[in-house]
Design a binder for this molecule. Structure first.
Ligand code: CUA
Length: 337
């Protein structure tokens, strides 16, 4: 193979590897596809650090190449330090240059942190209390009287204050396209401002290992225009729908007569449990068990019948219902829009 062919082949291999690498990065969890001010700052910081690191890398490789090529022509004893530029070169390249680079990196980091801190000071039109559980997310809007799970609704273009804590072990709230990670620590409340600049659904996940189902602890951030957000708030504020259909009514009686009520809340009923998600509007959500399965009648039945087979380790116990009872129970839960 000629030299030229080898160069072409080498370039192709590098290009293919880079394509594969960058393809693996893009997607709903792509932190370099920012969609809000918080993520934009991280993106800016990342590219700035990358540019500085790339510059340093090229300078070092350049000097190394120069040294290697230059030495090749020489014979005899190694030249001593003085012949290679002296102590001045060592001080310049080994002390002064690193100080300049590290101070520059420190300053850009401070600028980003300062901007984030100013944003966290407010004002915030919407505030949400976030409670991380094993393994799901509870979102409470105290000023709006809304409690939901695994689906955070926010008005597009507005800063939303998240007050994050945990009821058990340490978790970490992360919406890669919108904001940095924020640890959810029991007994402590941490705050961060989340803002989405465009309508859409953004992936959120737990970014701190928290046990068996750490990977199944996702949530959606639904950013919607103000009017749609207000509409969502109004519908969530309603007392849970009362059954009008006999089958749904049977389902309601089944639910209220079972141990479900000790863990779940359904507004307007005697179900006031606070261990599992509030189900007053469970049918309005797109997933079940924190993004583990889609919220369809079939998957809901599977989840109620045997949660351990769907999400091993979950606190949700299984049930022993007849097929008819399951249809009634699912019909009731599906009516809670
Ligand atoms: Cu919660 Cu990992």
């Amino acid at each position: 193979m000629g030299r030229r062919a080898r160069v072409v082949e080498g370039s192709l291999v590098i290009a293919t590897a880079l394509t594969a690498l960058t393809a693996a990065c893009s997607g709903p969890g792509d932190t370099l596809a920012p969609a809000g001010p918080g993520a934009h700052r991280i993106d800016w910081l990342w590219w700035t650090m990358f540019a500085i690191a790339a510059f340093v890398f090229l300078v070092v490789i350049g000097l190394l190449s120069y040294g290697l090529l230059r030495r090749r022509g020489q014979t005899g004893d190694d030249p001593d330090l003085e012949d290679r530029g002296g102590i001045g070169t060592v001080l310049l390249g080994g002390v002064a240059f690193p100080i300049v680079v590290l101070v520059a990196l420190f300053v850009v980091t401070l600028v980003a942190l300062e901007a984030q801190a100013r944003e966290d000071e407010g004002p915030h039109p919407v505030a949400v209390d976030v409670i991380a559980h094993q393994w799901w997310w509870e979102f409470r809007y105290p000023n709006l009287g809304v409690t939901t799970a695994n689906e955070l609704h926010v008005p597009t273009g507005q800063p939303v204050l998240l007050r994050v804590t945990s009821d058990g072990v340490i978790h970490s709230l992360w919406v890669p396209r919108l904001q940095r990670k924020l640890d959810a620590v029991p007994g402590q409340t941490s705050v961060v401002t989340l803002q989405a600049d465009a309508d859409g659904t953004y992936l959120g996940e737990c970014a701190e290992y928290c046990g068996l189902q750490h990977a199944n602890m996702r949530f959606d951030v639904v950013a919607q225009p103000s009017n749609d957000f207000d509409g969502w708030v109004t519908s969530q504020q309603q007392v849970a729908a009362k059954p009008t259909d006999p089958m749904v009514e049977q389902g309601e009686q089944l639910f209220l007569g079972s141990s479900c009520v000790y863990c779940h809340t359904i507004s307007g009923t005697n179900a006031t449990g606070a261990i599992g998600p509030d189900l007053s509007h469970v049918a309005s959500r797109t997933t079940l068990a924190a993004g583990t399965i889609p919220n369809t009648a079939e998957d809901l039945a599977r989840w109620i019948a045997d949660p351990q087979s769907v999400k091993p380790g979950t606190q949700m116990p299984g049930t022993d219902l007849t097929p008819q009872e399951m249809r009634e129970l699912v019909a009731y839960l599906e009516s809670l829009a």
